[in-house]
Design a protein around this ligand. Structure first.
Ligand SMILES: NC(=O)c1ccc[n+]([C@@H]2O[C@H](COP(=O)([O-])OP(=O)(O)OC[C@H]3O[C@@H](n4cnc5c(N)ncnc54)[C@H](O)[C@@H]3O)[C@@H](O)[C@H]2O)c1
Ligand SMILES: O=C(O)C[C@H](O)C(=O)O
Length: 306
């Protein structure tokens, strides 16, 4: 199993590190446009192999896509991250051109790869990757919901005073400060609805903290987060590589599901060796449906800037 990660920056390197530590891929190739940067990150990571006990071979390349040939999975993290006070949507001007070129270059050398799009504004970048490559919709997966759901579970566990392993929950909708929809109604602690333990007011606080999870960390770090994003991508890569049929909310190109068409947005998906193997349509309340429509309308506005 060969995995390419384009963008050897914070998220790309963190993703490569988690993939290696889990030791399910034979090879990870890091690519970056900065001279020697991916090679340096790859060397540093390879020097962890004997310490962390993995056999995954990690190599780096400066903008040389021949090194990525015949990748099974390719992750796109290339582009700029936001700074405190910015929205993800403000990155579109620079990142759109980068994501388009990178997706095209990847497919020239790996025509059968499944692409995972991470660069922001992610839902629009995933949509752009579809438009630029014309790949079947199962082969382009936007990563946002897996991360947002992990943050939701973290906030729920904090409010409940319990370990995150006790908690389950999911965030659908656009990967943006206002567009995320943490599904508090369906969140559980060991199969018991969290509303049994938390007041509506507390649940609203959890919801709001989840939605601005990325902005909160950006303010604290001076750039956007990378550990949980890298872990979320690596979990999706593993689901494909190991054909796990695991459910993640992913930005998928919709064709009528949830009443939406011609848009990539976060919905529950089954992820296996073919990428998005199924979009799961859950029953939403009228209020949740209205939230999803509003979130989709906002993503369409950003798509209109392409
Ligand atoms: N979808 C998500 O949940 C999520 C989570 C975190 C970050 N992000 C996004 O991921 C992107 C990367 O974030 P980061 O923190 O790793 O940034 P970073 O600046 O640390 O790394 C980005 C890397 O991309 C490289 N790059 C730029 N143009 C390139 C090109 N044409 N080809 C190859 N490499 C190129 C840069 O040299 C840099 O090393 C940002 O757009 C950020 O907003 C998304
Ligand atoms: O917040 C960001 O800009 C990066 C990423 O989308 C995140 O949610 O951490």
């Amino acid at each position: 199993m060969k995995v390419t990660v384009v963008g050897a920056g914070a998220v790309g390197a963190s993703c490569a590190e988690y993939i290696a530590i889990k030791d399910f891929a034979s090879e990870v190739v890091l690519v970056d446009i900065k001279e020697d940067f991916a090679e340096g990150k790859a060397m540093d990571l390879m020097q962890c192999a004997s310490l962390n006990g993995f056999d995954t071979k990690i190599s780096g390349a400066t903008n040389d896509y021949s090194k990525t040939a015949n990748s099974d999975i390719a992750v796109i993290t290339s582009g700029i991250p936001r700074k405190p006070g910015m929205t993800r949507e403000e990155l579109i001007g620079i990142n759109a051109g980068i994501v388009k070129t990178v997706a095209e270059n990847l497919l020239k050398h790996s025509p059968n790869a499944i692409l995972i799009v991470v660069s922001n504004p992610m839902d629009t970048m995933a949509y752009l990757a579809h438009k630029a490559t014309g790949l079947p919709k199962n082969r382009i997966i936007g990563m946002g919901g897996a991360l947002d759901s992990a943050r939701f579970k973290y906030r729920l566990s904090e409010a409940l005073g319990c370990p995150t392993s006790d908690v389950d929950g999911m965030v659908i909708g656009g990967h943006s400060d206002t567009g995320m929809i943490p599904l508090t109604r369906l969140a559980v602690r060991n199969s018991i609805p969290v509303s049994k333990f938390l007041s509506e007011e507390k649940l609203n606080e959890v919801k709001e903290a989840t939605k601005v999870g990325g902005a909160t960390l950006t303010k604290m770090l001076g750039t956007s987060a990378w550990y949980a994003p890298g872990a979320a991508v690596s979990a999706m890569v593993q689901a494909i590589a190991c054909d796990q049929k695991k459910m993640f909310p992913c930005s998928a190109l919709l064709d009528g599901e949830y009443g939406l068409k011609d848009i990539s947005i976060g919905v529950p998906c089954i992820i296996g060796k073919n990428g998005i193997e199924k979009i799961v349509e859950i029953d939403l309340t009228d209020a949740e449906k209205a939230n999803l429509k509003e979130s989709a309308d906002a993503v369409r506005v950003v798509n209109g800037l392409l």
